[in-house]
Design a protein around this ligand. Structure first.
Ligand code: TXA
Ligand code: MG
Length: 323
């Protein structure tokens, strides 16, 4: 038996309630013109981890970062002339633009799954108002359980996520009902990563040039497909039951394995998987930066967010250069 989540019709009071919840690190289901999104403050790692937990997503794939306009987008992503042209023509609207991260970008690394790029989109309506109220972007995938279809009504969100989300804002059925089109911008090259609410032909008409297709001719791959994106310089040794003096240790929980590592970070001394997920990318990077030849990782339970954490660690441990 799970309690029904709170559902509120989108109006001033509901927007303020949503912004307050997001400010406190909670997740909220919000309507956009494409599909309902499961949103969290994109600068708050624990909040972003709760998205993966609620969806039961077994992998940390990068999330779309929703902004209230180009000014906010440029705090997080670097827009060249081509990217500016796309944003100018199609925002607010169902186009997600993948660009390199801005310098001193304050996004939590879970949003980008540790990549050097970020997918940005300015949605229409209620979602944009909440972002303005929060003053920070919202990371939001579609508000459905992992592997299920994207919800286009508040009732569909409730049916899919049930009590896992404290608040669902109801603004009726989504106008488009299909996810955003995702393109990556690389210099003057624009590559389609996912077809969606804006037709490729419209983009090509604007650019006066063909849109490339991922994989085939673009030299760009869908994220999560390349293990090398995830590889630290150090070798990885997972599920370690002891640690050597030449190794750095990525620990988890209150109990330590035997040995004296040359450096250590603990994903969560309390053994909390939400906290561990939020710390994962930064701690891997920090241990890698110690110059240790190898990072030993304590066993991490496979339930809840542990599945996604272990998936990410296995990718980091995969032989280098494998797709
Ligand atoms: O319409 C939409 O796009 C909806 C609403 C809520 O905005 N969101 C959505 O998010 O469909 P999601 O998480 O279901 O899909 C996000 C897609 C993923 O396939 C992810 O791989 C891609 O966006 N993506 C996000 N950031 C990326 C990046 N930096 N590079 C490449 N792909 C990225
Ligand atoms: Mg989805």
């Amino acid at each position: 038996m799970s309690a029904m989540p709170q559902m509120m019709e989108a109006g001033d009071g509901a927007l303020a309630a949503a912004a307050a919840l997001l400010q406190s690190g909670a997740i909220v289901a919000v309507p956009t013109e494409t599909v309902y999104g499961l949103a969290a403050d994109a600068e708050n790692g624990k909040a972003v981890a709760r998205i993966f937990e609620a969806k039961g997503r077994p992998q940390f794939n990068p999330l779309i970062c929703h902004v209230d306009g180009l000014a906010m987008a440029q705090r997080y992503g670097r827009f060249n002339e081509t990217a500016l042209k796309l944003a100018d023509a199609f925002w607010p609207g169902p186009l997600t633009i993948v660009v390199p991260l801005a310098e001193d970008c304050a996004l939590h690394p879970l949003v980008t799954a540790g990549l050097g790029t970020v997918g940005l989109r300015q949605p229409k309506g209620v979602a944009a108002q909440i972002i303005t109220a929060l003053g920070r972007p919202l990371a939001a995938p579609s508000a459905n359980a992992s592997g299920k279809i994207s919800p286009t009504t508040a009732q569909a969100v409730a049916a899919s996520l049930g009590s896992k989300v404290p608040l669902i804002l109801d603004d009726g059925p989504c106008a488009i009902g299909l996810e955003s089109t995702i393109v990556a911008v690389n210099g003057e090259k624009v590559t389609l990563l996912r077809p969606g609410g804006i037709a490729v032909e419209e983009i090509e008409a604007l650019l006066g040039a063909p849109v490339l297709h991922a994989g085939a001719d673009a030299g760009v791959q869908a994220p999560g497909m390349m293990a090398s994106h995830y590889a630290p310089d150090a070798a990885m040794r997972l599920d370690a039951h002891d640690v050597g003096a030449d190794e750095a240790l990525l620990a988890f929980g209150p109990d330590r394995i035997a040995g004296q590592p040359l450096a250590m970070d603990n994903l969560s001394p309390a053994g909390d998987l939400v906290e561990a997920a939020a710390n994962l990318f930064a701690m891997l990077a920090a241990l890698d930066a110690t110059g240790a030849a190898r990072i030993a990782v304590e066993p991490i339970p496979e339930h809840g967010l542990g599945a996604a954490i272990n998936d990410r660690l296995r990718r980091a441990a995969a032989p280098r250069g494998t797709p």
